[in-house]
Design a protein around this ligand. Sequence first.
Ligand code: ZN
Length: 107
Amino acid sequence: MCASTKKKLQDKLREALKELDQLDKRLQEKAEYGPGKGDPAIYEWELTLALRQQAQAKVETARRTLQRLAEGRYGICERCDAPINPERLEIIPLASLCIKCARASQR
Ligand SMILES: [Zn+2]
């Protein structure tokens, strides 16, 4: 796969790491509120925590995708080994499943 793909994935990783960092900072600021009982900030705190988990997952996906690129397996479905539609990869560079498997896993 071409160098621009690698750059695109590295950008995604950087983006995700930045997001994670920002969420960590927000969680630290909110640490004094904590998950206290009846605290009005709890909802926001939990939301931030959920977003942090999503960002963490994105970082891991980006790292794994870069690893797959290095192994020459980028763009190949992790489940059925079918090539992933290039248009799908264009929209979702971190896609690890072909459209068929992605749909099946959402069920
Ligand atoms: Zn598949």
